[in-house]
Design a protein around this ligand. Structure first.
Ligand SMILES: Nc1nc2c(ncn2[C@@H]2O[C@H](COP(=O)(O)OP(=O)(O)OP(=O)(O)O)[C@@H](O)[C@H]2O)c(=O)[nH]1
Ligand SMILES: [Mg+2]
Length: 377
């Protein structure tokens, strides 16, 4: 294994992280316009925004801290109530912002500039504390949806039914169904049928919040279906049981094969990234007495065979992304060389997909520039 330039201590908001996939940023701005209709006077560099909203103490800041700042879940007990909107810029395989709202903020008051808040939205994540009485939260969410959808009908609403770690399996399902029913009934009573609302059961004490955030982010990624097709082809050719393309720092997966979600596979893959990052941190610095024995790969590659013969295979794709696969088929495991070669081919295709969307965006940018120049003349 060679030494990857990853480091769990490197800041996810470090703006110096300018990798080869920068083109995705521009492509994503284009996508963001789809979600909220960005008005002509919006700044061109508006990044997709994920807005964490909900009542006080519902867990918004905890989610942002655990997912994007690696805060251990127990430490969220000491988080103070948020008093002003916390805007976090995430510079990773794509640039986006996470806005953490104070629960008590009255953003639906006429004095608030809704255009400013929802203008370049990527997703509205509404957090409901499932351990508390949720009727107030549901009523407020419905008011928000009805107000916002008048201006931004394509808005994506993601509801996190949160803190489910404290609920029994049965109570969890009942709560889920009750909340879904309450929201959809009230919206259809108000004449808003088939609202684009998606629901997730989440907790910061397990992987569910990462899984939910992965789904939310995936909706902002241009070419997601192309990525999924590529991963499916790779998985079929190599006999992979499940494959994830991870953002290393947040451990959100930005794409996977389209086989059913398997939480145990996700957990294994996610934990394996931690192992590799830890080992890299221990051994990646330039030791004066340590010399490379031969030529080294630029990207990290590693695999491990577990006690039940399951193999986990990891390959770094670029500065931000790595591909992690679970292999249970014994025949596949014997062909490690072929697996590596196929993953390298996938890596080339992946970088091609990202750079192509960048080129398209550049061409589009130039066209817009020409039109603007024409208009201003
Ligand atoms: N059991 C459990 N507790 C959680 C979970 N997520 C957050 N909490 C706890 O909920 C409390 C409130 O969390 P915050 O993240 O501060 O809530 P908030 O929504 O940001 O609150 P405001 O800033 O006041 O709007 C903290 O004590 C967290 O530890 C969870 O998944 N499960
Ligand atoms: Mg908060």
């Amino acid at each position: 294994m060679t030494t990857p330039p990853w480091s769990s201590s490197s800041s996810i908001t470090d703006s110096a992280n300018a990798g080869g996939l920068q083109g995705t940023n521009q492509a994503l701005e284009q996508t963001s316009a789809k979600f909220g209709q960005v008005s002509a006077n919006k700044p061109q560099d508006a990044k997709p925004r994920l807005m964490l909203m909900g009542l006080r103490r519902s867990g918004k800041s905890s989610i942002a801290s655990v997912v994007f700042h690696k805060m251990p879940p127990n430490e969220t007990l000491f988080l103070e109530s948020t008093t002003r909107i916390q805007k976090d810029s995430i510079h990773s395989f794509m640039d986006f912002q996470v806005w953490d709202f104070p629960g008590q903020l009255e953003y639906l008051e006429p004095s608030f500039d809704l255009e400013n808040i929802f203008g370049s939205l990527g997703a509205l994540v509404w957090v409901i504390d499932a351990q508390d009485d949720y009727l107030d939260s549901v009523a407020r969410l419905n008011r928000t949806i009805l107000t916002v959808q008048q201006y931004y009908p394509n808005i994506n609403i993601e509801v996190f039914i949160h803190k489910v770690d404290g609920l029994s399996e049965e109570y969890r399902t009942d709560t889920f169904q009750d909340i879904v029913q309450l929201i959809s009934d009230e919206l259809s009573d108000a004449g808003y049928e088939n609202a684009p609302v998606h629901y997730y059961l989440t907790s910061i004490y397990d992987y569910s919040v990462f899984e939910a955030f992965s789904k939310v982010i995936q909706k902002l990624i241009p070419n997601l279906s192309t990525l999924e097709n590529l991963i499916n082809t790779l998985g079929n050719n190599c006999g992979f049981e499940k494959t994830y393309l991870f953002d290393v720092l947040s451990k959100i997966y930005i794409a996977s094969d389209t086989r059913p979600v398997d939480m145990s596979c996700y957990e294994m893959c996610s934990d394996y990234i931690d192992v590799i990052v830890d080992i890299s941190e221990l051994y990646s610095w330039d030791h004066p007495d340590r010399k490379a024995k031969g030529e080294q790969n630029q990207e990290a590659e590693s695999h491990v065979v577990l006690h039940d013969e399951t193999m986990i295979h990891l390959m770094e794709m670029n500065k931000y992304l790595c591909l992690v696969s679970v292999i249970r088929n014994p025949e596949s495991k014997d062909k490690k060389g072929l697996i590596d070669m196929n993953c390298r081919t996938f890596q080339e295709a992946l970088n091609d997909v990202f750079s192509r969307s960048w080129e398209e965006e550049q061409a589009q940018g130039q066209a817009v520039e020409r039109i603007e120049r024409g208009v201003s003349h």
